[in-house]
Design a binder for this molecule. Structure first.
Ligand SMILES: C[S@@+](CC[C@H](N)C(=O)[O-])C[C@H]1O[C@@H](n2cnc3c(N)ncnc32)[C@H](O)[C@@H]1O
Length: 249
């Protein structure tokens, strides 16, 4: 395990403006009077958050399929394709309306090998293994919305899906007692109250427990701050089977 000393060059920058425009165009309403929320949201998200460049960087070089758990609108699929990464993408999210809008946007953008599906990851009856996925797994800003027991169960299951050369890429706040951690939680609570998020935040992972669970699963892991210019306590955590090369390229 290693903890990066500070933000790495290349993952502190958001998406370049021309790419922001071309990706977000797929989320514009089909008629002029349609709802523009997704268009504005995707524009603002891509333009301000280093999340997608960070995840694209972490996945670059692995051609293995990506399972994106808590995928929202499936924006990662657009970012990967814009980055020239063509691996199969399967996104899963609790919010069926978001999935439907995400499917429409993926279709409009002409993305190939992109599947979006509405499922509840916290449902004990949902069997991740039934998806038949082996390869990369992304968990971006979703762990905190799941109860601690469901979080732990999910992490155990996803580590079993990794194959040599693939990566588990997590973006999450960490319960490290910092001021940033308190701000992150307050904004998540606010998002729930105003209806932006359908689920209230539960608990952020404890970094020491997270590391210990990776070590126990035989994974090497690296924790890198992914604050960008935000006040949040965001970290990019990349874990991979030992001997699969370096965690960051
Ligand atoms: C902050 S959004 C992140 C979306 C996406 N990963 C991204 O980074 O753009 C969190 C997402 O997790 C989803 N989510 C929360 N709890 C979930 C659960 N139990 N099962 C599936 N998805 C869930 C929400 O519906 C929401 O779309």
């Amino acid at each position: 395990m290693s903890v990066a000393a500070g933000p790495e060059p290349g993952i502190t920058r958001p998406v370049p403006p021309d790419r922001v425009r071309s990706i977000s165009a797929a989320f514009a309403p089909e008629r002029w009077y349609g709802n523009r929320w997704d268009l504005h949201y995707t524009r603002a998200k891509l333009a301000s958050d280093p999340l997608y460049p960070g995840v694209c960087e972490a996945l670059r070089g692995s051609g293995a399929p990506v399972l994106d758990l808590g995928c929202g609108l499936g924006l990662l699929a657009h970012a990967l394709r814009a980055d020239g990464q063509q691996m199969a993408y399967h996104g899963i999210d609790l919010d069926a309306a978001k999935i439907q809008r995400g499917r429409r946007a993926a279709g409009r953008a002409g993305l190939h090998e992109v599947v979006l599906e509405a499922r509840d990851l916290a449902d004990p009856a949902f069997d991740l293994a039934s998806l038949g996925h082996r390869g990369n797994v992304a968990l971006l800003d979703v762990l905190q919305f799941m109860p601690a027991t469901a979080q732990q169960r999910l992490l155990e299951k996803v580590t079993g899906l990794l194959v040599p050369g693939s990566r588990l890429v997590i973006r999450t706040g960490l319960a490290d007692g910092s001021r940033r951690a308190r701000i992150t939680r307050a904004v998540d609570v606010f998002s729930r109250v105003v209806g932006w998020m359908g689920t209230a935040p539960g608990r952020y992972p404890d970094p020491d427990l997270l590391r210990a669970s990776f070590d126990a699963a035989g994974l090497e892991s690296r924790f890198t701050p992914l604050y960008g210019r935000t006040p949040f306590n965001n970290w990019l955590v990349v874990a991979r089977p030992h001997g699969s090369g370096t965690t960051h390229r």
